[in-house]
Design a protein around this ligand. Structure first.
Ligand code: HEM
Length: 144
């Protein structure tokens, strides 16, 4: 169905992800992605995500591969799926400011004080401010 696509006036993100991979490692980023997706699955934006458990796990896995590459680890996401084109890959899903806020809330909740995922206090700050900026570019739906 046709819908009007909204383009955020700020343009593509000008922010660099915190380079925490070498310290935090793949296992923590995978576990954080799983915790984030478990919360997304029970959030107000759950209908956007796979309802089947195995598919949700796969989606979290993909997310972790992206995080690993962008935080200074091996480019596993790029090798498997090609150029991230993050805004384009989100276009099939109607994402407005409310959805963005909910996605970020789940992230903040999953992250907690960061210690479970081997994040230092400064990592928590940097991770959230990176995602707050980066997620703006994923918004493709004007407020209703
Ligand atoms: C603005 C709030 C956001 C919403 C509502 C949202 C929603 C979604 C949805 C519904 C999918 C498809 C299902 C899935 O594979 O998980 C997806 C995929 C994905 N998202 Fe997001 N997302 C948001 C922000 C972000 C941000 C900030 C990042 C990166 C830091 C990100 C990274 C990804 C990746 C890597 C995928 C997999 C893309 C692929 O199919 O290869 N998303 N997102």
């Amino acid at each position: 169905m046709f819908r009007n696509v909204y383009t955020p006036p700020g343009g593509p993100p000008q922010v660099r992800a915190p380079q925490l991979y070498t310290r935090v490692g793949a296992a923590s980023l995978h576990a954080l992605a799983e915790a984030h997706y478990a919360l997304l699955a029970t959030s107000t934006i759950a209908p956007l995500f796979p309802s089947e458990e195995e598919e949700l796990k796969q989606a979290a896995h993909k997310q972790a591969l992206f995080w690993i590459g962008i935080t200074g680890g091996p480019p596993l996401y790029m090798e498997k799926f090609g150029h991230p084109r993050m805004r384009a890959r989100h276009l099939p899903f109607a994402i407005d400011e409310t959805a963005r806020a909910e996605w970020l809330r789940c992230m903040r909740e999953a992250l907690g004080d960061g210690s479970r995922w081997d994040f230092m206090e400064s990592d928590v700050q940097e991770w959230m401010s990176w995602l707050e900026a980066f997620s703006e570019w994923m918004v493709n739906q004007a407020p209703r």
